[in-house]
Each structure stands twice: as C-alpha cells, then as structure tokens.
Write a protein that binds this ligand. Sequence first.
Ligand SMILES: [Zn+2]
Length: 219
Amino acid sequence: MQKLIEGLHRFQSEVFTAQRDLFTRLSQGQSPEVMFITCSDSRISPTLITQTQPGDMFVMRNAGNIVPPYGTGANGEDATIEFALVGLRVRHIVICGHSHCGAMKGLLHPEMLETLPAMKTWLKHAEPTRKIMDANYQHLHDNALVTATAEENVLTQLENLRTHPAVLERLERRELTLHGWVYKLETGQMFNYDHAVGQFTPLVRPEPQLLHEVERAVG
Ligand SMILES: [Zn+2]
C-alpha cells in the first residue's frame, strides 16, 4: 500500500498541478467517445497501452472481460453498458481480452475452480467459448491455447453485447461500432478482429527492429 500512498502524493504535487486545465474541464462533465471493456488483470493498464487521458474512455472491467447476456442477473454490467450508450452516447465499444488470462485458464480447466465457486458461476457466461475450444482447438497447447481462448472469448462476448437493447438500437441507427481486441502481454502488441478475413491481425505494426528486439527478449 505504501507505493500507492507515495504515488498519490506525487500525483497531487506534480501531475495534477501540471494538468490542472484538463482536470478542471473534466470536473464539469465527461463525454468519452469509447467504452473499453477489459479484464481486471493487474498487468493491463488501458490508459497506458492506448496512451489516452482521463475522460477519453469509459471503462468496465471484470474477470475475463465478460459481458453477460442482457437480463441474466448481472445488474452491474447491464447498468454500466446502458449508461455508456444512453447517458454518455459512446460511439465505439472495445472488448479487449489478453494473453495469459487467468479466467481463460479457469475456463479451460474447471478443476482449477473448486475453491472459486463464484468464478465458476461467472464463467458460465463464457461457456460458448469453451465449447468452441473443445470442438476446434485440440491441436493447441499451453500459452497458444490460452491466447486462442482469449480471442474466441472476445467474439463470444461481442455476441453477448448484441443482446443488450441499447446496443442493438445504436447499431441499427449506425451510431455505434463494436471492436474485438486482444492484447499480448509479452510483446505489448494489440490485435484486432478483422471481419473481412475472419481473424485477429495486429492493430499497429511495430518498427521491424523493435519487433525483433521484443521477440528476442521473449524468446
Ligand atoms: Zn484476464
């Protein structure tokens, strides 16, 4: 906790003062263009990896970046999505999964969840992902399997997102675009689901030299 307290001191004495205009403006209200739905994993910092500012993204996080289908009792998620669309009128929703996701490992290995009954119940919202993995990904193992699960799960959760009335209404009026992303912890790369080719492709291609260095570091 000491790290947090020292950080708060540094934020107030250095960062807040330097960006006082931004924070004064934000105190009047927010109008983020993007809703960003991602995993609670401590290794993902949405504003850091997208280099955005406070006020740019309306963020919803939970274990496994899951969007329960509308009306299945997940009141927090239902209300947060409704407010993003009706209250804030966001134009984009990104669902961002990630490599090495503990929730995806739990989905693949339910025996790991014996001491986590609430997680076991929560992951029922990702059951279609598990069925797809069982049927089509028997050839993958370890990290490759977890990353593929994170990718398929992003697509499952995009489907669940479309069961929300506010989402459907905005999509029909062409006022909303949905995006499926997967973040690779080990390279810092973001992959986007490309509907045209039916697969995830790098959203930003890093400089060749940088990619070489990252790959060498990762092994
Ligand atoms: Zn995760």
